[in-house]
Each structure stands twice: as C-alpha cells, then as structure tokens.
Design a binder for this molecule. Structure first.
Ligand code: GTP
Ligand code: GTP
Ligand code: MG
Ligand code: MG
Lengths: 279, 286
C-alpha cells in the first residue's frame, strides 16, 4: 500500500499537537512535520502496519537529526584547549546564567581544573554579591569590579589573573539582556571582541515557549554561539525548546540544568529528550 | 509574519459577501497559529477556535458590522473572556505576597510595586523572605534603598516563614507590605510546602503570581499548582518589553480564573504598567 496525504493527515496532526504541547515552537514544529510528510508520502507501507507508528518513527529520526548536529564533547574540548580556556555565558534575563556558571565551576573543579569566575554582570542589583556567595561556597576565585563598571574590563582582568596564576579556565558571567535591546546586544558584541572567548555558551530555559526560537536566533546571529545550556528542565518541562534552539542555531545542547543546586548539571543526551517526548 | 497571515485571512473575509465554511475554516486556522505561536495553551486554543468557528458561522453580524469586523469582534470577545479586564488595584492598607517560578521577575517586581504604592502616597515596606537564593537579600536591599523604601531581611535566618513573620512585625507601621519569596515550581514539593508555611504566617490580602511573558505550555499547570497551594488573587506578567507574547501567562489567568494586575516592561522600578486587555490582545495576535 502506498501512503498518501490523506492517510498521513490525522497522525501528523496528532504529532504536531504533541510537539506544540511539549514547547516546540510553532514554526519549528511545522517545519519538522512538513519534512516528515514529504519523506513519507509515496512510501510503501506493509498492509496492516500502523501509519501512526510509521509517522512517529519518522518524527523520532527527524528530531534525532536536529539534536545530533555538531554534538560537542565538553570534556574533550576542555582537555584539548590551551589554557586558560575562556568561556562566556550569555542569554536573556533570569534564565539561569549565574547559577549555571557556578554549576560548571563545580563540574570542572571535580575534574581537576582550576577555575576563575568573572563577575561580568556589572549592571543588576546583587549580581556581584550573588557570584561572590557561589565563589565562597565553591572556594573559587571571583574577579569583580564595582557595579556600574565595564563588563569587558572585568572579564579581561579575570583572564589576566588566570594567566598570572596558572588557572585553567575563566567562566565569565554577563548581565541578562533581551535580544531586542540593541544597545545591550552591541555591548555583548563588544565584550566578545575584547575578550575573545574560546566558547560562547547561550543559556536558556526549558520552560520558555515560542520565544526561545527568536532569542536563540538573534543571539546566534549577533555573536555565533558555540552551544546551549538548557536550564530548569526539572520543572516538568518536556524540553521541546531544546529542539527549537538546536534547530534554529545548528549548535549543540551541551548541558541540562536539572535543579538549583551545584550537582544539578547533566550532559545532554538526545535520547533523554526522545524519552521525554515519546516515553 | 504570523500577524501578516492572519491579516491576509481577515482581508479575504472583508471582501467576501458572506462567510462560507471554507473561508471561516481558513481564518480560524490562522487564528490558531497566531495563538499557538503566542504560547497559548494548546487545549485552550482548540476550545477557543471551535467556539470562534461556531459563532462565526451561526451568528449574524450586528447591524452596521461587516463580516470581517464581526469575526474580529468574536475573536476579541473570546480572548477578553479569558484574560479578563485588568484587576482592581486598591490603594489602601494591604499585604502582598509575590510568588512564581524561578527567574520570573519577582524580586524586581517587588521593588517596582513598592515604588508604585509609594508614589500613590502609601507608606510601603518590602520584606525579603527568599532565604535560599545567593545574593537575594543584597539584590532586594539595593533596589529598595535606591527608591528610599523600607527593607527588611535577615541573611542569618534560613527559615523563610520566620523571616516573614519578624519582617511583618518590623513593618507594622507601614500601609503596604510586600513579601518577596524564592522561586519555585510545582514539582519541588518541599518548596511548595515552604510557600504554604509562609502564607500561613503572612496571610496576605493579595497573592500575586509573577509570570514571565515567554513562559510556554507549562504555564497553566504551574499556575494551577500555585493556586491550589495558596490561592492566586492576581497575575503580573513580566518582560513584555521583549518579543514574547504572554500567551502562556494568559492561559494561566484563564486556568486560575484570576486577572492581570500589572505588567513588567523593563528592569528598573519605573517599568511597571497597569494591564490593558485590548493592547495585550492585539499584541498577542501579532
Ligand atoms: N529549578 C531550577 N532552577 C534553576 C535552574 N537553573 C537556575 N535556576 C534558578 O533560576 C533562577 C535564576 O537564576 P540566575 O542564575 O540568577 O539567572 P540569570 O540568568 O543569571 O539571571 P540574570 O542575571 O538576572 O539575567 C534562580 O532562582 C536559580 O536558582 C535549574 O536548572 N532548575
Ligand atoms: N527586560 C525585563 N527584565 C526584567 C523584567 N522583570 C525582571 N527582569 C529581569 O529578569 C531577571 C530576573 O529577575 P528577578 O527579579 O531576579 O527574578 P526572580 O523571580 O526574583 O528570580 P528568583 O528569585 O531567582 O526566582 C533580572 O535580570 C531582572 O532585571 C521586565 O519586566 N523586563
Ligand atoms: Mg545572572
Ligand atoms: Mg528573586
């Protein structure tokens, strides 16, 4: 039996709804479903086999492809990079950048690396203090200036400190900024020009909906990102925004934030998301 | 853009002499896409679009209204039903507790709200009952000091309900008391319990759910859990100065049968506006 558009209409609609309910952005869900439809129309299907299952299988493969692009082994990257490795964290307001830096600091310390954190959010109330608390708890040096200072200067100082003290890695925080704020996006570009990070990590939250596409797209366009840390996946988020972000940036999801404490950082595996969506 | 394809569908209706099923279906499909891309809850979108379709096909346009205006009117009415008119904000003595997901903007909103009431002539105090987050005390203290607003917190006390109780006592001469709490979500049962414990101590007149405009399909379920735990009296939607449409937060309002009091449109204490349903809906539809 040859599959035609009519056979596929119901199952593909159901799959599209499932994607939308899992926070996959509408344009991304539509694009994925369209590509599956094109792939399946005209294919032979065995009599008695379930069209819905065929469609679901095609969807799993499509998602796996999106999530497996440019997969990055962070541990390998750290091993191979010349020290000090400079890692910059960027993203919109409240997504979990500062907390994720603290988690990555712990992760790297546990693996024998010496870490410096740069309090590059010189704007928000309590940002430097927040970083100092994490530094004290983790016994990690925090390089900071006064609030209101130049973020690029703080990060530059942190790199100089790391070089002078033979530290392996600088984790640089930045203020949250909306992708629509031209001045702040320019500021971010300037920070990148001055500090030349080895890795640009975009931090976004699994609980965000369609806006995840817009912000990932504009951040990636502004300063090409290396990869994403997707936070707050423990909030029962299905994690569809991982698909949206990976799809629009073509860059890997590196880590997942799975809670508010230091150990709550796990390496991203595409299978994790497939289980959440289809499990 | 999606707003564009919805406008095109409505243009077709404008030039039609009467509404036929195909035209209505096409328009409803565009309305669905607009609502879904605005993060409105999927099930809610299906319910609303069915009602819009039925009404568009069965109702006669009121006198003087062409078919396109009639359909737009139906869409607006259905959405207004969900999000409601702006909540009343009483300018009198009250205690307000701010709750919500991690990073939604509660602490920033506490300072904004305090500034709002202070400017209306009410003596306002802010209490930091977030005993978990690194730097929470410093963040809120700095924001309040910049606005000359009374601030109470205690870095040495890890017990949030206790800080709230002592803070309310310290602020008893103030007209409006705003209690900031730590971020939490429905699956953190210990934190949901803590929120209930804080609520038992504070017994606020208003429990405002602070929600990020970019919140996706999680919104309704989270709001339901917060409502079940302590009862939501209103919602504040933050970060509407970006591109996020707030459909998730709107679904949360519909789910809890509450209303939106304020919206946040920036990071400074001045960036708080009263909610205007018509503006919100036209922005939502793109
Ligand atoms: N449940 C949960 N909460 C998280 C996670 N990551 C961060 N958070 C919480 O999210 C809130 C915001 O975290 P921050 O690290 O301050 O976020 P940020 O991006 O630095 O915020 P800004 O600097 O203000 O833009 C805090 O309450 C964190 O504890 C996560 O993976 N799970
Ligand atoms: N652009 C914009 N940023 C906002 C708005 N409201 C809050 N923010 C920013 O969002 C980030 C998080 O705000 P917070 O007030 O720390 O959020 P919170 O809910 O108290 O976070 P937790 O206490 O960790 O749960 C900060 O960078 C704020 O400046 C808003 O309306 N617009
Ligand atoms: Mg931060
Ligand atoms: Mg807070």
């Amino acid at each position: 039996v040859i599959l035609d558009e009519k056979d596929l209409q119901e199952p593909l609609w159901a799959l599209e709804m499932a994607l939308l309910e899992s926070d996959v952005a509408l344009p991304v869900a539509e694009e994925i479903v369209t590509s599956i439809r094109q792939e399946l129309v005209g294919q032979k299907k065995k009599i008695g086999s379930d069209t819905g299952q065929l469609a679901e299988g095609a969807l799993k493969n499509a998602i796996l492809k999106v999530l497996s692009r440019n997969l990055m082994d962070f541990d390998q990257f750290m091993k191979e990079s010349s020290k000090p490795v400079k890692i910059l964290f960027v993203g919109v307001n409240g997504t979990g950048k500062t907390t994720s830096i603290a988690k990555v600091a712990k992760y790297l310390k546990d693996r024998g690396y010496s870490v410096v954190m740069a309090a590059g959010d010189t704007f928000r109330a309590g940002a430097v203090e927040q970083m100092e608390v994490h530094g004290a708890r983790l016994d990690v040096k925090v390089v900071k200036h006064k609030t209101g200072g130049d973020p690029a200067a703080v990060i530059f100082d942190a790199v100089e400190y790391a070089k002078a003290h033979n530290k392996d890695v600088v984790l640089a925080d930045t203020a949250g900024r909306l992708h629509t704020n031209i001045n702040l996006m320019d500021q971010m570009r300037k920070i990148v020009r001055v500090t030349k990070p080895d890795l640009m990590i975009f931090v976004d939250e699994a609980i965000a909906g369609n806006d995840a596409v817009e912000r990932a797209r504009l951040f990636n366009q502004s300063v090409p990102i290396s990869g994403t840390i997707l936070t707050k996946t423990d909030a029962d988020a299905k994690g569809g925004s991982a698909i949206s972000i990976a799809h629009i940036t073509g860059k890997p999801i590196i880590f997942l934030g799975v809670g508010q404490d230091y150990p709550d950082l796990v390496k991203f595996e595409p299978e994790w998301l497939l289980d959440r969506l289809f499990g | 853009s999606l707003g564009g394809s919805l406008r095109d569908a409505l243009k077709k209706i404008a030039s039609a002499s009467r509404l036929d099923k195909t035209l209505v279906d096409e328009t409803v499909r565009e309305i669905q896409r607009a609502l879904l891309s605005a993060d409105v809850n999927v099930k809610l979108v299906m319910n609303i679009s069915n009602r819009i379709r039925d009404r568009a096909l069965s109702e006669k346009p009121p006198a003087g209204m062409n078919p396109r205006e009639h359909v737009i009117n139906i869409v607006y009415q259905e959405l207004i039903n969900l999000v409601g008119r702006s909540s009343d904000v009483a300018l009198k003595k009250q205690t307000i507790m701010l709750i919500g997901l991690q990073g939604s903007g509660k602490t920033t909103t506490a300072a904004k709200l305090a500034t709002f009431f202070q400017r209306k002539g009410l003596r306002t105090a802010v209490i930091c009952a977030d005993t978990f987050r690194a730097g929470a005390y410093d963040q809120l203290k700095a924001l309040c000091e910049r606005q000359g607003i009374f601030f109470y917190g205690d870095k040495g006390n890890p017990d949030a309900p206790s800080v709230a109780r002592i803070g309310l006592e310290a602020a008893k001469r103030y007209d409006v008391k705003i209690v900031d709490t730590a971020g939490r979500h429905a699956l953190e049962s210990d934190l949901i319990q803590e929120m209930k414990d804080i609520h038992a101590v504070v017994n606020a007149d208003h429990k405002l759910l602070v929600m990020d405009a970019a919140l996706g399909q999680q919104a309704s379920e989270q709001a339901r859990a917060f409502n079940e735990a302590v009862g939501i009296t209103g919602v504040i939607i933050t970060k509407l100065d970006g591109t996020a449409k707030g459909g998730g937060a709107m679904s949360a309002v519909a789910e809890t049968k509450s209303s939106v009091a304020f919206i946040g449109v920036g990071e400074t204490p001045n960036d708080l506006e009263r909610f205007e349903a018509d503006r919100f809906i036209s922005r939502l539809l793109g």
